[in-house]
Design a protein. Structure first.
Length: 253
């Protein structure tokens, strides 16, 4: 007989570096959750602005925080994994927010030994305006990611038993590889049928468009083989054209 956990422990990890304008809203969205079995971990990369002062303002509501130099965003995420003691882990980085204060409680309300949870993402423009809400597959497996990130990194919660460390050889889209690898280990994946996070557009991967695509192609080839790799090469070409047109239109305004 399977021993069912009624109230899974959730480790939420925030990675931050010099994000004084965003970190407070991220922290508040986490510490104000109505679900209480949450371990909150913040990994700061030795910020030189007021980020650490803001973190210390909420230290009574934070389980662990460290502030030290790292070897990039995925090295920092691995530090979070090392510290996490929960049944599940959720990365909610600076600028990201949990959708509302009931999100985690709603997600775990009818917990039935799931291995992963996912949902929609509300996309936010850099000026704070609402952009759109992402679409997600009705059912999710690792195979859904062969054509890209069909679920945002901020909107997938994985059991700690399913995950490994991030591959720090990938500097921009290691999260793509990490999620695929984890989902291969998941037998029971639940669609929450709700918006679970808010994501601020213009982030790290958007700022490293070409490098991100090159890494993604390597990841696709490794997990899905040559035929899917070739199809994604075509998508890469289409994305380059779209990005070029977008930049030229914005440049004329």
């Amino acid at each position: 007989m399977i021993n069912k956990i009624k109230k899974p422990k959730l480790s939420i990890v925030t990675i931050v570096y010099n994000a004084e304008q965003y970190i407070e809203q991220t922290i508040k969205s986490i510490i104000n959750q109505t679900y209480k079995n949450i371990e909150y971990i913040i990994i700061d990369g030795a910020s030189t602005d007021k980020t650490l002062d803001i973190i210390k303002k909420y230290e009574d509501s934070i389980s662990i925080y460290i502030s030290e130099k790292d070897n990039g965003i995925y090295d920092a995420m691995n530090k979070g994994i090392n510290l996490a003691t929960g049944d599940f882990i959720w990365f909610m980085n600076a600028g990201d927010e949990i959708y509302d204060k009931y999100t985690v409680e709603n997600m775990f309300e009818d917990f039935d030994n799931e291995d992963a949870f996912y949902g929609k993402t509300q996309l936010i423009l850099e000026n704070g305006d609402y952009a759109s809400i992402t679409k997600t597959p009705d059912k999710l497996t690792w195979k859904n990611f062969m054509h890209g990130m069909v679920v945002s990194h901020q909107s997938i919660i994985l059991s700690t038993k399913s995950i490994s460390k991030y591959n720090i050889q990938y500097k921009v889209v290691s999260d793509h590889d990490w999620i695929i690898s984890a989902l291969k280990n998941c037998k029971k994946i639940k669609n929450t049928d709700q918006i679970v996070s808010k994501y601020l557009l213009g982030g790290f991967s958007n700022q490293n468009f070409i490098k991100g695509w090159k890494e993604r192609l390597i990841i696709i080839n490794e997990h899905y083989g040559r035929l899917i790799y070739i199809f994604n090469l075509l998508l890469f070409g289409k994305a380059i054209i779209k990005n070029f047109i977008k930049k030229n239109i914005l440049g004329r305004k």
